[in-house]
Design a protein around this ligand. Structure first.
Ligand SMILES: *Cc1c(COP(=O)(O)O)cnc(C)c1O
Length: 413
């Protein structure tokens, strides 16, 4: 398309008038139901990415639709200078379900991370140690796209060109215990920030030893432990929160949630113990939209569906089945699949062929999967997916692997 007449001839205006920050697949959906997405032409796709772990209850879940409709007729928004009963109820519920004593609601994951980081630094300043500002993150991490979030993760692709990096952020190497230990011991250390299961980084799961070790290390040095469970939390690993795999004594001080929390409605939360949040007093933080009645009604409905023993048991059951099926797939296609990683329904396949090409072949098979670091593709299906639907996904993956083998053989010839 020719560039429209503008003052700057060298920089064409994109036809869609969208800032060009995404490389989008040539595919649009009109509606969804359960684990299926449909194009305007009525073509059905099996959704094994769920909007990056957002649509935990699938698409158009009747309970969520009803909550949205009912609240939509009553009240969408009021300022946080008023009491919001549904916000109090959801905060109480999330605290009952977790280690936390208090919640702050946001509109996104990155804002939940912002709140977590501010809470951690404010804790030390309230304790008379304002020099404790260092946030110890990890390579391969993803925490969102705000300045603090990209500085915390340190991914050069997300930081470069945006001016100087912020002081007080560093990244340890995933798996390098000595490095974390040394960083935590410094008198300027404030907190460790980590995803119990890395999402975008390629579905790397922390071992129980690490989860426990991090808790003990933070206690030893009086620093705070922040878990980013935006992707791995809320049932995805088969426990409500991924930290629970290490046992109750190993909870974090602060935790960020989002994604599945609203099942597709934008809402996030920063959870903390009363002690960790001691500096977050009146005026310290805020949000116009965060925790508004519409978001809270949907999130309450979503939590009601996700936080049940039956749902968590279902996730563990289908995740076990999926892992077993994927092991078979890997055995059949050793030249395509190098490794299977992750936990529960946050699964990464480390590939030998290019992961972007693999995702396009998957779309040809009407299967939607996500990309990931380290040449992975991720399977993040709705938690409600059944064994039958997963075996359909694996059958599609089998055909995609065959195609990958054929393409590789074609290249070699
Ligand atoms: C998606 C994600 C975020 C950022 O959430 P946004 O809602 O996109 O701001 C942060 N951390 C993790 C682990 C995520 O998966």
């Amino acid at each position: 398309m020719a560039a429209p007449e503008t003052g700057s001839q060298e920089v064409p205006v994109p036809a869609d008038h969208l800032m060009g920050v995404y490389s989008r697949a040539p595919l649009a959906f009109e509606r969804g139901r359960g684990v299926r997405l449909y194009t305007a032409e009525g073509e059905a796709y099996l959704d094994c990415m769920a909007g990056i772990a957002v649509n935990a209850l699938g698409h158009a879940h009747p309970t969520l639709v009803k909550a949205l409709e009912t609240q939509g007729e009553k009240l969408w928004h009021v300022s946080n200078i008023f009491r919001i009963p549904d916000q109090e109820a959801l905060a109480t519920r999330l605290c009952e379900l977790s280690f936390a004593d208090v919640c702050f609601f946001t509109n996104s994951g990155a804002e939940a991370i912002e709140c977590a980081l501010k809470t951690a630094r404010k804790y030390h300043s309230a304790n008379g140690q304002p020099e404790r500002i260092d946030i110890i993150g990890f390579d391969g991490a993803f925490h969102g796209r705000t300045y603090a979030a990209v500085n915390a993760a340190g991914n050069p692709g997300y930081v470069d060109g945006f001016g100087p990096t912020l002081p007080g952020y560093e990244q340890a190497t995933w798996g390098d215990w000595e490095m974390v230990k040394a960083a935590a011991a410094r008198p300027t250390a404030a907190a460790i920030l980590i995803e119990p299961v890395q999402g975008e980084g390629g579905a790397r799961a922390l071992s129980t030893e690490w989860l426990r070790g991090l808790r003990e290390l933070c206690d030893e040095h009086g620093i705070l432990l922040i878990y980013d469970e935006i992707q791995c939390g809320l049932g995805r690993t088969g426990k409500l929160f991924a930290y629970e795999w290490a046992g109750e004594d190993y909870a974090p001080d602060i935790m960020a949630l989002a994604k599945a929390l609203g099942g597709g409605f934008p809402v996030g939360a920063c959870l903390a113990t009363a002690k960790a949040a001691k500096g977050m007093t009146v005026g310290a933080h805020g949000s116009t939209y965060g925790g508004n009645p519409l978001a809270m009604a949907v999130a309450r409905a979503a939590i009601g569906e996700i936080a049940t023993d039956a749902m968590l048991e279902h996730v563990r059951d289908v995740a076990g089945y999926l892992t077993q099926q994927l092991e078979g797939l890997k055995a059949r296609h050793p030249d395509v699949i190098e490794d299977i990683r992750g936990k529960g329904l946050l699964v990464g396949l480390k590939l030998k062929p290019n992961n972007r090409a693999f995702m396009a072949w998957a779309r040809d098979e009407k299967l939607l999967i996500a990309g990931g670091g380290d040449n992975c593709v991720r399977l993040l299906p709705p938690l409600i997916i059944t064994r039958e639907e997963l075996s359909e996904a694996v059958a599609k993956l089998d055909r995609i692997c065959e195609r990958a083998e054929a393409e590789t053989a074609g290249q070699a010839a």
